[in-house]
Design a protein. Sequence first.
Length: 95
Amino acid sequence: MREPRSIVVEPLQTEKSMGSMGRSRAYSFVVRKDANKIEIRNAIQSIYNGVKVSHVRTMLVKGKSRRFKARLGYQNDWKKAIVTLKEESKPIEGF
């Protein structure tokens, strides 16, 4: 069993994720690429006390190509998890 803080890398705070946070109680996180939905659900519930997860959606995000002077490089690929909370759950603090 892995440590919950090693599965969830950081919260993802963009305009789109902040808008969905208020409407549908969905929070976005950057997670490890090898984490599955069950591990993500358990990690969120153990990190944030009193939070009950309804369902988890995951997606792999491809890294963008970047240029630096004459060289072409790529950013790393990463995994995004969108976590929806149950109605009786309290919201995640400090997001």
